[in-house]
Ligand binder design. Structure first.
Ligand SMILES: *Cc1c(COP(=O)(O)O)cnc(C)c1O
Length: 358
């Protein structure tokens, strides 16, 4: 079997043992003679999967009963609209940080729905970065403050979160469960699963129940968090297979040990950043203090060299290293499931490529 070292930013690499278990159970799930793909979402087999996914998330994130765990559809992109629909009433103002493309996309949607103040804007700065907490211009009495914990495209990541008076809302699509975080400092967290939690098709939402309860009753049912909380995730058909893979992936993470995973993530990122810093050829895109441990972004001296770098890397079994089309450059996405050996192979390739082209 030839598995590529897959550096894709999303949908991204999954643990091999998760894929193998899904394969083994695909046609006949636990002796039922049916695939989980074919079963009622209200049957006892799927119910057990849904319960396990929820329990794994609760345990891994250390959540109290004050929070609901939801598996929704529409991607993180739908959360850009659902958050203000539920939490930004007429007359109120929400603060948003714009530190990159995803923060900017969230702001665009919120502006369609209510008053938005941009608390800090460093989207266009190079080197890329997230702002200091002290830089934020916060609105007194704001409905909430919205952050993107890790800007997947630019490779800038918050290392410590601000502590505003307003409830904190965070898009954690690309770094959830990758490092130690006190998740209870947030009122709402959302994450498309396809980067660090499982496949596309499911979006994890963690929301404080007391806030969800207060959202206007005029919001269409599917777009109101409270609908899904009251129906315990079964208001309509959930994305069953995606939740199943998420359950397997979080089971794998528990078995690996979150502390071991966090250390491994740091080590992988450090290997790449050391290689970049030790060279006069590669140049990191993000400011050192906020370099992402998940999406390592860097440039080569010319766009032509970047193109050759990615093409030759692909031939060497290092796939999907091309930076996002909006910014160019090189991006190595090294989420939880990405193996250390793949990072070591990339480092060796980088050194060898520099020798030939530097
Ligand atoms: C990928 C990504 C999104 C978009 O997710 P979809 O599930 O495609 O809607 C939003 N925010 C961040 C930080 C992302 O990395």
């Amino acid at each position: 079997m030839a598995r590529a070292f897959n550096f894709c930013a999303g949908p991204a690499i999954l643990p091999l043992e998760v894929l193998q278990q899904a394969q083994a159970e695909l046609v006949d799930y636990q002796g039922t003679g049916m695939s989980i793909l074919e079963m009622s979402h209200r049957g006892k087999q799927y119910d057990a999967v849904h319960q396990e996914a929820t329990a794994n998330i609760r345990e891994l994130m250390n959540l109290s009963d004050d929070y609901a765990v939801l598996f929704l559809q529409g991607g993180a992109s739908l959360q850009f609209a659902m958050v203000p629909m539920n939490f930004l009433p007429p007359g109120a103002t929400a603060d948003y940080v714009n530190a990159g493309s995803w923060g900017s996309a969230a702001i665009k949607q919120a502006r369609l729905l209510g008053n938005v103040t941009v608390a800090a804007d460093c989207e266009k700065e190079i080197p890329t970065r997230v702002p200091d907490a002290a830089e934020l211009k916060l609105t007194p009495g704001a409905a909430y403050l919205h952050l993107t914990s890790n800007e997947t495209i630019s490779g800038a990541q918050w290392k410590a979160f601000p502590k505003p008076a307003a409830p904190l809302v965070c898009d954690m699509s690309s770094d959830i469960l990758s490092r130690p975080v006190d998740y209870r400092q947030f009122a709402l967290i959302y994450a498309g699963a396809q980067k660090n939690l499982g496949p596309s098709g499911v979006t994890l939402v963690i929301v404080r129940k007391d806030l969800a309860e207060k959202a206007a009753k005029t919001i269409p049912a599917m777009l109101r968090y409270q609908t899904h909380i009251e129906a315990e995730g079964m208001y309509n058909t959930p994305p069953c297979y995606s939740v199943y893979i998420l359950a397997l992936t979080t089971r794998w993470l528990k078995k690996f040990g979150p502390a071991n995973m966090f250390q491994r993530n740091r080590d992988k990122a450090q290997l790449l950043y050391h290689t970049i810093d030790a060279s006069g050829f590669y140049r990191g895109t993000a400011k050192k203090e906020c370099r992402s441990d998940m999406n390592v972004t860097f440039r080569l001296p010319t766009a032509e060299l970047e193109e050759r770098f990615c093409a030759e890397a692909t031939k060497a079994g290092l796939s999907q290293l091309k930076g996002h089309r909006s910014v160019g450059g090189v991006r190595a996405s090294i989420y939880n499931a990405f193996p250390v050996e793949g990072v070591q192979a990339l480092v060796a390739f980088m050194k060898e490529f520099e020798k030939r082209n530097g």
